[in-house]
Design a binder for this molecule. Sequence first.
Ligand SMILES: Nc1ncnc2c1ncn2[C@@H]1O[C@H](COP(=O)(O)OP(=O)(O)OP(=O)(O)O)[C@@H](O)[C@H]1O
Ligand SMILES: [Mg+2]
Length: 266
Amino acid sequence: MYRAFYSLSQDPFTKDIRPQYHFPSRGFKEALARIRYLIETRGIGVILGEPGCGKTYALRSVAESLNPSLYRTAYLSLSTGTTMDMYRAIAAGLGEEPRFRKVDLFGQIQKAVGHLYYDKKITPVFIMDEMHIARSEFLLDLAMIFNFSMDSKNPFVLILSGLPFFQSRLRLNQAQPLAQRIIVQYKFEPLDKDEVKGYLDHRLRLVGAVTPIFTDQAIEAIASHTGGWPRLINNLASTALLYGAQLKKNPIDEDIIRMAAEETSL
Ligand SMILES: Nc1ncnc2c1ncn2[C@@H]1O[C@H](COP(=O)(O)OP(=O)(O)OP(=O)(O)O)[C@@H](O)[C@H]1O
Ligand SMILES: [Mg+2]
């Protein structure tokens, strides 16, 4: 109902936003640049950041932009299954019918990576999300699977993404074989105040807003309640729009933001 009140064609702060409509924050652009560099260089990279900072969105954006005749991309999330499911998904992502036993699967994955890269000239790109929940055993296995040390150049790209504490997992002894081979690392920072304003304007304009819906003080309040993390901004701004419409407030001021922040426990 707030859409009608604020003359918006759609909900502005939905989580699904197509890559071409991204807000070009400094952090997001930097993340994209690092991921693209990693993809050109090949090898292993790490993308870290607090919940809702835009990791998955950035990874999916890059993945969607890759030319399928040069890259074969598999997006895998650790939250969706066991480690065996992950290995099977890696094999399936390479177009293989996953073998049953773990050792066979590992051999199958290595062979398929080599075949794809050397024979077909297609670089496999594996994106593993939610890596902070990975056990040490899985990190060791990854080091083993992706050990193509006979070659001077890696025949694959492996991007590991997760919450910042994944970094401390990587520092543990058992993770050293993997950690030592990381060539790119990036950690998302929150949006600063100007960027929060830019982000709100950007997403509102995408759904047809013509006049500013939030006052400058409201924007400042959104920035301070959310710390500049995009998902929190989405949640708070959406709730504020609901309240704003109920109370017939246009533009929305900082009082509405305060109410919405209480509702969203920020
Ligand atoms: N540059 C951006 N432009 C537009 N929207 C963005 C941008 N960055 C983040 N978002 C918004 O923030 C939401 C959260 O981002 P995302 O799901 O990628 O976070 P995440 O870092 O993967 O979080 P988690 O650790 O919880 O998985 C996205 O659904 C999107 O709506
Ligand atoms: Mg995510």
